[in-house]
Design a protein around this ligand. Structure first.
Ligand SMILES: Cc1cc2nc3c(=O)[nH]c(=O)nc-3n(C[C@H](O)[C@H](O)[C@H](O)COP(=O)(O)O)c2cc1C
Length: 370
């Protein structure tokens, strides 16, 4: 059997061994924005294989752009050195391509980690001033952000560019801008959070302006041969919010600016959201954007089984799948999927002898005593 999931895909000069990405997952364990030994282990385990691509967690372009004080950043020489150590380690022992997700949390910054409630920092907990398109809090009890001035817009754009230059020096293969989950770039897109009356707010074209400007500036410094994509929320899951039709329009614009893929997630902008959770609940959005904008898409959200992922890629619903929780639960997810689908996939050399095909004939992955 030939597996579509385990067929290679080429994005610009990068060929991934298969269509599986380890999705970005915040670890809330950085110090001053810098990665540490936890990140060696966390990303290192995935780098051994065999997803085609491992994405870093949301990595923020400024200290104020971090969701929490424990989030990863790429705004200082220390951050760059620390992340380079992790990526060099993954390269030395791993077999996967490595991608960076660049982010700015906007009005959802200055919060506790989800493990510590996820609530905004209180007045005596060293909160910081957050930025957003408009001075509208995320929800009741949240910080009122400062509506970004023209100077703020230029500064944040420059921060994305500076972080991209650091990413290049570190040696990432692929870059993704985080414009989903209610963070800054998403806040510009959605009519719920963007009530500006200048050239960056109002009609759809104007709300897309800042994210497109950031994309264009990053594309200019990110090398021609390396893929650059965007994670979006296809919908706010709230009446009157950002819609999948808007996402198709954004994807069409991004494609014209040299965007190589859209990673299609959803929600996160407004606590009133109603998300119909279920297996593959966002795949239909990846399919629609792929079909209508003609751009490669990644599907994400409760993709947990090998045959489910195979069906998504083989059926042309998405070009890749991004998997988060199932990967954390089983970092060998892709090895098992390859076995189930009868496909070949790279293993770290030191672990080559673990493949069940090299076990004694009587042994199987299934417990025969059961
Ligand atoms: C612990 C955790 C951290 C996450 N951090 C990020 C992140 O840094 N950036 C991002 O875009 N999505 C993040 N997500 C969302 C995942 O990438 C993914 O889109 C979501 O969990 C749905 O996929 P799943 O059902 O395979 O887990 C996170 C999810 C989890 C569970």
């Amino acid at each position: 059997m030939t597996s579509a999931l385990f067929s290679p895909i080429t994005l610009r000069g990068l060929t991934l061994a298969n269509r599986i990405a380890v999705s970005s997952m915040c670890q809330y364990n950085a110090q001053g924005g810098s990665a540490n030994d936890w990140h060696l282990m966390h990303l290192g385990q995935f780098a051994m294989g065999a997803a085609g691509l491992v994405m870093t967690e949301a990595t923020h372009v400024s200290p104020e752009g971090r969701i929490t004080a424990k989030c990863l950043g790429l705004y200082s020489d220390d951050n760059e050195r620390a992340l380079k150590r992790v990526i060099d380690f993954c390269r030395q022992y791993g077999v996967t391509a490595l991608g960076l997700q660049l982010a700015h949390a906007g009005r959802k910054a200055s919060a506790h980690t989800p493990l510590d409630s996820g609530a905004p920092l209180g007045p005596d907990e060293d909160p910081w001033l957050t930025l957003a398109p408009s001075s509208l809090p995320y929800g009741p009890g949240w910080h009122a952000p400062r509506a970004m001035t023209e100077v703020d817009l230029a500064e944040v754009k420059a921060q994305f560019v500076a972080a991209t230059e650091r990413a290049l020096r570190i040696g990432f293969d692929l870059l993704e801008l985080h414009a989903a989950h209610g963070y800054l770039l998403h806040e510009f897109l959605s009519p719920i959070s963007n009530r500006r009356e200048d050239a960056y707010g109002g009609r759809l074209e104007s709300r897309m302006r800042f994210p497109l400007e950031v994309f264009e500036a990053v594309r200019r410094v990110w090398p021609e041969d390396r893929p650059l994509g965007v994670r979006v929320s296809a919908t706010d899951y709230v009446e009157g919010g950002w819609t999948v039709e808007d996402t198709v329009a954004l994807a069409t614009e991004l494609k014209a600016f040299g965007c190589d893929f859209l990673d299609i997630s959803g929600g996160g902008l407004d606590p009133r959201q109603q998300i119909p959770l279920g297996p593959g609940y966002q795949v239909r959005f990846a399919e629609q954007v792929r079909r209508e904008a003609g751009i490669p898409t990644w599907a994400v959200g409760m993709i947990t089984r090998a045959r489910q992922a195979e069906t998504i890629v083989a059926g042309g619903q998405a070009d890749m799948v991004a998997i988060a929780r199932a990967m954390m639960f089983d970092p060998r997810w892709a090895w098992r999927a390859a076995l189930e689908l009868g496909a070949e996939t790279p293993h770290s050399r030191m672990y080559a002898r673990c493949h069940p095909s090299s076990w004694p004939a009587a042994s199987t992955m299934v417990d025969s005593a059961a």
